[in-house]
Design a protein around this ligand. Structure first.
Ligand SMILES: NC(=O)C1=CN([C@@H]2O[C@H](COP(=O)(O)OP(=O)(O)OC[C@H]3O[C@@H](n4cnc5c(N)ncnc54)[C@H](OP(=O)(O)O)[C@@H]3O)[C@@H](O)[C@H]2O)C=CC1
Ligand SMILES: O=C1OC[C@@H](O)[C@H](O)[C@H]1O
Length: 394
């Protein structure tokens, strides 16, 4: 791209919660801190379904430009003609209706994980986006980390031979001394009305590691969807609190073993001393990844024959000194959106929509096998512009 003017992507932010804040702060960092010079980002508008004031407070918290527009409804946001793309940062329960709202208004979308609550909702979103020729991507930021790209390249290069097994865990210890989890029953992490539970919130990252190695790297002609076997321990709200799933790719002679929990953490630490949360096992060696599965921080390659030096490669997340030393790692997925929109692409090659559907199928199968059932208002695949999920009527 050389010295050409970078392509600017203009964002509309739907919701003002925890992750919207982190994402917008990432958007507002200088792309040069991550050596990106071809694209940049502008936050044009922020909407809260609760009140305009919440959007105003949000803008102050993230130190947004004074030009950023604020709305007190999602409908107003998606109608804003200046916005190139809407970032959906509502609970999983809301994603289908909110994404349909944006697509119906002709807006491209980056939608937080879990993409939807059911696979049929995911298929409907993809179908709608394709019919309307609009860009759509699930916001699985981890896939766009330079570390993930490097690990996929190493596996594809055959350095560890044929990969037969991937083991991945993304678990948090959120248990209180008396045995309950450290969330109110109404919290989105455990509340069935908000599609709570470990699988959709955290297990998706273990699944991301299984999928990006064992499925994404399969050749297109030989794509083999996984057979899924799962077990779940439920919390008293009915949400899953400890979930394990096996993905079997029989034709490829490989298996992925995924784990997630809210009752026990991934290890004593995220360092190799606690055991890496991700192990990619090949015929000639193994790649181990450390750090939380959603935000990996280092990797190492260990060859079977003991040959070669084992070097840990640390991959720090760049920080912007002019923005309170902020940098979370979500800007790489935003850069992907900018490049796709700049180049007229309707989906990302790194996270194709077909894979988001398979991911939802795996999670749905896992939850079904464990007997987790979400209520009808959040599982329907019938779009309703006036659904309380769109209007914010609680
Ligand atoms: N990529 C990542 O690292 C992370 C992703 N996530 C994902 O982002 C999404 C949001 O999570 P998070 O930001 O932690 O959640 P929060 O509860 O902090 O924020 C959710 C926001 O959604 C809006 N909202 C609309 N209706 C409801 C409702 N009925 N109950 C609660 N909130 C509602 C609210 O914004 P308003 O009132 O302004 O409309 C609220 O602030 C989830 O899908 C989660 O999986 C979460 C954490 C990390
Ligand atoms: O996406 C996520 O990653 C970090 C976790 O702490 C959070 O619960 C989850 O939503």
């Amino acid at each position: 791209m050389g010295s050409k003017t970078p392509f600017t992507l203009k964002w509309g932010i739907m919701a003002t919660g925890h992750i919207a804040k982190n994402f917008v702060k990432d958007l507002l960092t200088d792309p040069a801190i991550r050596d990106v010079h071809d694209v940049c980002h502008e936050v044009v508008a922020v909407a809260s379904s609760s009140s305009v004031q919440k959007a105003v407070d949000f803008c102050a918290k993230v130190n947004a430009s004074t030009k950023t527009k604020v709305y007190g409804s999602y409908a107003e946001l998606v109608a804003d003609g200046e916005i190139d793309i809407v970032y959906i940062a509502t609970p999983h329960s809301h994603h289908f209706q909110n994404a349909m709202l944006a697509l119906e208004a002709g807006k491209p979308i980056l939608c937080e994980k879990a993409f939807t609550v059911t696979s049929s909702q995911a298929r409907k979103l993809v179908e709608t986006a394709r019919t309307k020729q609009l860009f759509l991507m699930e916001a699985v930021w981890t896939r766009f980390f330079p570390l993930s790209i490097k690990v996929r390249e190493l596996v594809a290069s055959g350095v560890i031979g044929a990969v037969y097994r991937v083991i991945a865990d993304n678990s948090l210890n959120r248990v209180l001394p008396e045995g309950d989890l450290d969330f109110q029953d109404s919290h989105r992490m455990v509340n069935l009305d908000l599609a709570g539970g470990a699988m959709l919130d955290l297990g998706i990252y273990s699944l991301t590691w299984l999928m990006q190695i064992l499925y994404h790297l399969q050749s297109d002609e030989k794509k083999e969807p996984p057979n899924v076997v799962a077990a779940i321990n439920k919390y008293h709200t009915g949400a899953d609190e400890m979930t394990s799933f096996i993905l079997q790719f029989a034709k490829h002679k490989s298996m992925g073993i995924g784990m997630t929990a809210l009752r026990i953490g991934s290890g004593v630490d995220y360092d190799f001393t606690g055991g890496p949360p991700i192990k990619i096992q090949g015929s000639a060696g193994e790649i181990q990844v450390m750090g939380p599965a959603f935000k990996p921080s280092a990797y190492r390659v260990i060859m079977k024959d003991g040959g070669g030096h084992i070097e840990t490669v640390h991959c720090p997340i760049p920080k912007d000194q002019n923005r309170d030393n902020w940098g979370h790692g979500m800007y790489w997925e935003a850069d992907e959106c900018a490049r796709c929109l700049r180049d007229g692409k309707l989906e990302s090659d790194t996270l194709p929509l077909e894979e988001s559907i398979v991911v939802m199928e795996v999670m749905e199968s896992t939850l079904r096998q464990g007997g987790v059932e979400y209520p009808q208002p959040i599982t329907t695949d019938i779009y309703d512009r006036l659904s309380s999920l769109n209007t914010g009527r609680r």
